[in-house]
Design a protein around this ligand. Structure first.
Ligand code: ATP
Ligand code: FE
Length: 355
């Protein structure tokens, strides 16, 4: 099978061609046009601007993905497109583009849940079988998913407020470090001592898989203000210590909750052998290392796809579409774009008004 994937739910306009079969697929092309610079001066993604940029770029990105894969549209078996969840203007750009291509070429159309794309990515890069546990940690998401099949997910828990990536970004802003905050906080923490500031580990001892990161960011803000009032500024060493302390707190929470989530997943599906991570925060060295250690301790395989596939991309959408296509789950031109779409909501048909 050869599947074209299209993704435009946040601030990346992406298209990709994936070839193969379920469990054995390879990426022929993976084009991502990021909007980071477009939104940089606003301190966050502006939905209206994102929608316009997607609409402007999407045809070109799709053309480039097909050209790089040396395929024309008639050689494609299905067009898979993110139908949600996400910023509705962006999702609509992708869905309209996919519908236009499908209507003009007769190639079947398949709507894909963006989170399913992330959750299935480990199968695109590693030979792992269902069921497995997925930890999705990005700028916008933080959740544990038991993945028992390409359309069977159980959410075991997640953040009740900020996502960790968001907390890294806000912490960087508080400490005057550049965006995106994850890499700059990680780099600064190399010179820091995580024990200098005592920062909270919210919900750590609660016996569930839920997490909270917004109090942690507030604690960083308070600690920074204390330092400033004492020293009349923020010394480089204190900034590094705060970064190290913040990162250690996030790591502790993710590891403790992953341990609980593994137990919860195995209570439902005893054959779970793998913990897979995805999302931008999975790029963090110390977090990765600590999760790997947890896996070694609990006889669990650890899978972390390469960063380019952990963050938003269309190869994951094409692969998720391949699995749906294989199961005969095809949509038609009434496919709707949805801003909200929980993964554990069954989705045999996406066509028609958002069910
Ligand atoms: P989503 O995909 O959930 O809609 P997003 O597009 O913001 O959200 P990603 O692109 O997956 O998410 O990841 C970006 C986030 O990852 C940012 O918040 C960034 O700070 C964080 N991040 C990137 N690298 C690192 C790192 N080394 N350590 C910690 N966080 C990181
Ligand atoms: Fe995403």
């Amino acid at each position: 099978l050869t599947i074209l994937g299209i993704e435009s739910s946040c601030d990346d306009t992406a298209a990709a061609v994936v070839h193969g079969v379920a469990g054995k697929a390879s990426i022929l092309s993976n084009v991502v046009f990021g909007q980071t610079e477009i939104h940089a001066s606003y301190g966050g993604v502006v939905p209206e601007i994102a929608a316009r940029a997607h609409a402007e770029k999407i045809d070109h990105v799709v053309e480039q993905a097909l050209a790089t894969a040396t395929k024309n549209i008639t050689e494609i078996d299905a067009i898979a497109v993110t139908a949600g969840p996400g910023l509705i203007g962006g999702v609509l750009s992708g869905v309209m583009c996919a519908k236009g291509l499908s209507a003009a070429s007769g190639v079947p159309l398949i709507g894909v849940n963006h989170l399913a794309g992330h959750a299935l990515t480990p199968q695109l890069t590693n030979e792992i079988e269902f069921p497995y546990l997925m930890l999705l940690v990005s700028g916008g998401h933080c959740q544990f998913l038991l993945v028992e099949g390409h359309d069977t997910y159980t959410r075991l828990g997640g953040t009740i407020d900020d996502a960790p990536g968001e907390a890294f970004d806000k912490t960087a802003r508080i400490l005057g470090l550049p965006q995106p905050g994850g890499p700059s906080v990680e780099a600064a923490s190399l010179q820091g001592d995580s024990k200098v500031f005592s920062l909270p580990r919210p919900l750590l001892n609660r016996d569930d898989c839920n997490m909270s990161f917004s109090g942690l960011k507030t604690a960083v803000l308070r600690a920074r203000d204390d330092v400033i009032s004492k020293h009349g500024g923020l010394p480089t060493q204190a900034r590094a210590d705060l970064c190290a302390g913040f990162q250690a707190a996030v790591t502790d929470v993710l590891v403790a909750k992953s341990r609980r989530a593994l137990a919860a997943a195995r209570a439902i599906a005893p054959s779970v052998k793998t913990l897979a991570v995805a999302g931008g925060v999975a790029a963090n060295g110390p977090i990765r290392h600590a999760l790997k250690q947890l896996c070694a301790e609990t006889e669990t395989f650890f899978v972390a796809p390469p960063l380019a596939l952990c963050t938003d991309n269309a190869a994951m959408i094409a692969y998720a579409g391949m699995l749906r296509f294989t199961d005969g789950m095809i949509d038609d031109l009434t496919l709707s774009a949805r801003p909200r779409w929980p993964l554990d909501q069954k989705s045999a048909s996406l066509t028609g008004s958002g069910k």
